[in-house]
Design a protein around this ligand. Structure first.
Ligand SMILES: Cc1cc2nc3c(=O)[nH]c(=O)nc-3n(C[C@H](O)[C@H](O)[C@H](O)COP(=O)(O)O)c2cc1C
Length: 420
């Protein structure tokens, strides 16, 4: 019989498994019993939050957030443009103790992020605008309340007593309403007016038409059937006061939501409205919805503090340019002193990094926090903010940059896809 090799002879010595030794190689997690908390814990990206939102929210509501105008080409372009960015890291730079904060409109904010205005936010989740404003204040970044918000100017202030609040103005066809909104925002300590200028008429969002989610709503039988599968959503909404344009209580004659909506879209709006607003509002005025260098320069000449390069998240004029593609040209047109924000398609902390490097002072997010809100109310918004902050911090360090303010065009390679 052949001799056994020394290897074969080496015997594995066994012992009874010891609990204390198992603990040294494996870390056990306590099971999370709350279903929403479990879902949020498992969400590692904004895309994960979107997937949860899709499962937990009535289809018509999810589509209202997720959808965009016409063929949704611009909405897709916004996202795709951020993915064309290549990072160019600096080696051997100390990035311990990174500083994410940036100056914005006379204050310092915790990172270059602003929560964008979104109308009717309590439809997405009954926690609504109050939750979003609360989280923004907690994180240390501004929140902009929409004219067509479902929580009033005063209630949002109550939800975020120390937070920086901005008010988004749809310049309505009734001067008394404009005046009422501005004086209430002033009294409640809002610092900045965002004047939205890309809504001369309403964009055509086909998903909403198919779902019957127009204002006023004319829901189809299929949509009602789908919504009936979400009794908790209905119960939460109806037991917390239903939905209204909460800041528009002063509109004379108690108009229907449809009449209010038609006041918001003024095809006659022009630069005279901007001049009136600039003279009326002592704080910052920022024009939201500029997508060309020429328009940006023109509004700056009317004395405003800055612009938001925005196509309304692709919800208004489809086939307009991705915002990142026009950002460098807008920055060049308005010069280094003007405040330039960008929104549309920001779904990752690296998008914030890219926008900053390409000339933006900060980004605004819409859908990114709404996915969180639909997935888990206030905690979901907080999770969205945490995800973006961690992605931003980690990527900034890997890029060899210690301070947000040190990011420059040198850190990215990007070729805009629009002629300028
Ligand atoms: C559901 C929804 C409602 C919105 N409502 C408003 C609004 O009332 N006023 C406004 O100026 N912009 C509104 N926007 C546009 C956002 O302020 C922002 O420009 C856009 O969401 C940015 O794109 P993103 O969603 O890809 O981040 C809305 C966007 C969404 C998704």
């Amino acid at each position: 019989m052949a001799e056994k090799s020394p290897l074969a002879r080496a015997r594995t010595v066994r012992q009874m498994p010891k609990w204390s030794e198992l603990r040294s190689v494996v870390q056990f997690q306590r099971p999370q019993l709350n279903r929403t908390a479990r879902r949020l814990q498992r969400a590692l990206s904004i895309r994960d939050l979107r997937a949860v939102a899709r499962r937990t929210t009535p289809r018509a509501v999810f589509d209202y957030v997720d959808g965009a105008a016409e063929e949704e080409i611009t909405a897709k372009r916004n996202v795709a443009a951020f993915r064309r960015v290549t990072f160019c890291p600096d080696a051997l730079r100390s990035v311990a103790d990174p500083d994410l904060s940036v100056p914005l409109l006379g204050r310092r904010i915790a990172l270059p992020l602003v929560f964008a205005p979104t109308g009717y936010t309590r439809m997405m989740h009954h926690h609504g605008e109050a939750a979003v404003a609360g989280v923004a204040g907690h994180v240390g970044v501004p929140y902009a309340l929409s004219t067509v918000g479902s929580t009033s100017i005063e209630d949002v202030r109550a939800a975020s007593p120390g937070g920086e609040l901005w008010f988004q103005l749809f310049f309505t066809t009734d001067p008394r309403v404009n005046e009422d909104l501005l004086s209430r925002a002033e009294a409640a300590g809002y610092t900045t007016i965002l004047l939205t200028v890309d809504t001369t008429v309403s964009g055509m969002r086909l998903r909403d038409v198919v779902n019957g989610l127009t204002i006023p709503p004319t829901l189809t039988a299929r949509t009602v059937l789908n919504m009936s599968r979400y009794p908790a959503w209905w119960f939460n909404l109806l037991s917390t006061g239903g939905l209204s344009f909460a800041s528009l209580s002063s509109v004379p004659g108690n108009p229907t939501p449809g009449q209010v909506a038609s006041m918001m879209f003024d095809p006659g709006l022009d630069l005279r409205a901007l001049d009136w607003l600039r003279a009326r509002w002592r704080g910052n005025v920022v024009v939201k919805g500029v997508t060309t260098p020429e328009s940006a320069r023109e509004v700056m000449e009317h004395g405003v503090d800055g612009v938001v390069v925005s196509n309304h998240g692709g919800r208004q004029l489809d086939r307009s340019a991705a915002t990142l593609d026009v950002l460098p040209a807008v920055r060049a047109a308005v010069g280094p002193q003007a405040t330039v924000l960008i929104d549309g398609g920001v779904l990752h902390g690296q998008d914030i990094l890219a926008a900053r490097a390409l000339g933006a002072d900060a980004v605004m997010i819409g859908r990114a926090y709404l996915y969180g809100l639909m997935a888990g109310g206030r905690d979901g918004v907080l999770r969205a903010a945490e995800i973006l902050t961690e992605e931003y911090r980690r990527s900034m360090q890997l890029l060899g940059v210690r301070r947000s303010e040190d990011l420059t065009a040198r850190h990215v390679a990007f070729t805009p896809r629009v002629p300028v």
